[in-house]
Design a protein around this ligand. Structure first.
Ligand SMILES: Cc1ncc(C[n+]2csc(CCOP(=O)(O)OP(=O)(O)O)c2C)c(N)n1
Ligand SMILES: [Mg+2]
Length: 201
């Protein structure tokens, strides 16, 4: 089925299906949308949301650090521009091979937040194959929300690391920047993990 896959719908499905799993979000519109969707679903403050405002390239690196310190499934919602800026993180994840880490790469083939400039995925770089050859156990690509829902539901059950490349489209509009305070959310996230028996942090 052809369709327009929106990052908003991807994030919404993640929140609706992954219970209380830690969700780490890329900077910019991904973090803004995560907050707005969490509000829409009446889940705020959702202590397991970790917004990486300002930290371009570090979303999946931070998610890796969390994944090796808990037995819970950890979901990183990353972006193509950020992953490309710190591509080595994929080989580190392939090497460490945490079976509880899922990366959802919202690949819109651009640095959307800074003005829609095309990234290398708009040309010859293919993040699904890059991940496969970095040693990810499972890799998927999807272009519509029904495919994404099936792949993500399965990803929550299988042993990772798992890469899901979601080929998303931009709407031309971004949600309002959110009132998230990085220091406070970091503190709250950490406490939430420490209070969970399964966490080793
Ligand atoms: C080290 C660094 N370089 C550049 C920026 C500026 N910047 C903020 S968001 C962004 C684009 C990120 O692209 P991507 O991860 O694909 O996310 P998208 O905006 O497409 O959702 C850039 C270049 C930054 N915040 N930090
Ligand atoms: Mg992008």
């Amino acid at each position: 089925m052809e369709g327009k896959l929106l990052r908003y719908d991807v994030i919404k499905n993640i929140l609706q299906t992954s219970n209380n799993s830690p969700v780490i979000s890329n900077l910019g519109p991904t973090s803004d949308e995560l907050w707005h969707i969490t509000k829409e679903l009446e889940l705020l403050p959702r202590e397991r949301n970790f917004y990486t405002y300002g930290s371009m390239g570090l979303c999946s690196s931070i998610a890796l650090g969390i994944a090796i310190n808990t037995n819970e499934k950890v979901v990183s919602i990353d972006g193509d521009g950020s992953l490309l800026m710190n591509l080595g993180t994929l080989s580190t994840i392939g090497r460490v091979s945490p079976d509880n880490l899922i990366i959802v790469a919202c690949d819109n083939e651009m640095w959307a937040q800074t003005g829609y400039q095309p990234t290398a995925t708009a040309f010859n770089t293919e993040l699904e194959n890059v991940s496969k050859f970095c040693g990810f156990k499972n890799t998927f690509k999807c272009t519509n929300i029904d495919e994404f829902k099936n792949i993500f539901e399965n990803a929550l059950k299988i042993k990772g690391p798992t890469m899901i490349v979601a080929k998303t489209k931009e709407t031309g509009e971004f949600p309002e920047v959110t009132p998230v305070e990085p220091e406070f959310t970091t503190y709250r996230f950490r406490n939430s993990m420490l209070n969970n028996n399964e966490a080793k942090l």
